[in-house]
Design a protein around this ligand. Structure first.
Ligand SMILES: NC(=O)C1=CN([C@@H]2O[C@H](COP(=O)(O)OP(=O)(O)OC[C@H]3O[C@@H](n4cnc5c(N)ncnc54)[C@H](O)[C@@H]3O)[C@@H](O)[C@H]2O)[C@@H](O)CC1
Ligand SMILES: Nc1ncnc2c1ncn2[C@@H]1O[C@H](COP(=O)(O)OP(=O)(O)O)[C@@H](O)[C@H]1O
Ligand SMILES: [Mg+2]
Length: 280
């Protein structure tokens, strides 16, 4: 088994570069965020806000229509699709190059239908980030659909236990890696010192971040940063881009924790642009 690489700030310098002058919004990712039921609209607002602030070119949210006003008030840069309009949802899935599914999606019948449509309609060239409720739903299925595109799962330890069948005490690198290989996807295993298992069989460990990040919505925020990075740094190696996104999320939190007892997801979102400017 490969050794685990400890990530450093070098992973950001390698990925965040000045933008080419001859460029436009279409070059920096067409992101679709699918999630946010009637009770968890905040999850999709945080994911979409993180994506916009981390540099995504175009962001659309497929969410419950009751979230539209709040989302627009908070983030006018985002477009919306009603996730119960399956035709519009399918169209949006086909137009995106990077998709997040799961933040605040919930586990009901509608959520299951949305997940099925997404896994069926997704284009092979798309990058699909599967988080939160979508991981739990997939773990409940006997023979889950596995899309043919590049997939990044972002489970916390309990979600990883559901998806991999490994109890928390069994979640050791070798066992995690064999579960990851069966899934044929990247895994971001979120915890104190998050571990990243890449499709190319390399492993990274995040040595920063801490309990000041333990607020609901922190993982939803990470999905938006990952989507923005995968959508905008397409010419670089996916493993490096994924590492940089995961590192950035905790690096901003770590900086802010110098003066804040807890760092909120919205604090991180607000500081992404300034933090990234150091590297361009
Ligand atoms: N404002 C919002 O709309 C929010 C929506 N959320 C959504 O709520 C849905 C359910 O997610 P949950 O994670 O709450 O529920 P889960 O049922 O997946 O997690 C169950 C519980 O596991 C425990 N746990 C143990 N070890 C953990 C670890 N290492 N990391 C995280 N939790 C650990 C936590 O107490 C957690 O509440 C997801 O779709 C998620 O995106 C949450 O992100 C919270 C905020
Ligand atoms: N004690 C901790 N140390 C380091 N990181 C933490 C800690 N607690 C939470 N986090 C980070 O916060 C995020 C939580 O993700 P998740 O549980 O999915 O949140 P949510 O679903 O509420 O958005 C992960 O990135 C995780 O690594
Ligand atoms: Mg989560």
């Amino acid at each position: 088994m490969e050794t685990m690489k400890n990530l450093t700030v070098a992973c950001l310098k390698q990925v965040i570069k000045p933008r080419p002058k001859q460029s436009h919004k279409g070059n920096f990712g067409k992101i679709l965020i699918i999630g946010g039921n009637k009770n968890m609209g905040g999850a999709v607002i945080m994911s979409a806000s993180a994506a916009v602030h981390a540099g995504a070119g175009l962001v659309t949210c497929a969410t419950d229509s009751s979230n539209f006003f709040a989302l627009h008030a908070r983030l006018p840069e985002a477009m919306v699709v009603d996730h119960s309009d399956f035709e519009a949802l399918t169209q949006a899935i086909k137009q995106a190059d990077t998709i997040v599914i799961g933040p605040g999606l919930g586990l009901d019948k509608l959520a299951k239908q949305i997940l099925k449509i997404t896994l069926t309609a997704v284009d092979p060239t798309t990058t699909l980030i599967i988080d939160g409720s979508a991981i739990t739903l997939l773990a409940q299925q006997n023979e889950p659909l596995r899309p043919t595109c590049q997939v990044i799962y972002t489970p916390h330890q309990v979600e990883w236990a559901r998806l991999s069948g490994l109890a928390l005490t069994e979640q050791l690198p070798q066992a995690n890696q064999s579960a990851q290989q069966k899934l044929a996807a990247h895994i971001v295993l979120k915890k104190y010192h998050t571990e990243i298992y890449h499709l190319n069989n390399t492993l990274s460990r995040l040595p920063i971040g801490g309990p000041y990040m333990a607020t609901g919505g922190m993982g939803d925020t990470l999905t938006g940063i990952i989507a923005a990075f995968m959508g905008q740094f397409k010419t670089l190696a996916p493993a490096d881009v994924l590492d940089a996104a995961v590192y950035l999320h905790s690096a901003v939190a770590s900086d802010l924790s110098q003066s804040k007892y807890v760092v909120l997801p919205t604090d991180i979102i607000e500081h992404l642009q300034t933090f990234m400017a150091q590297f361009s």
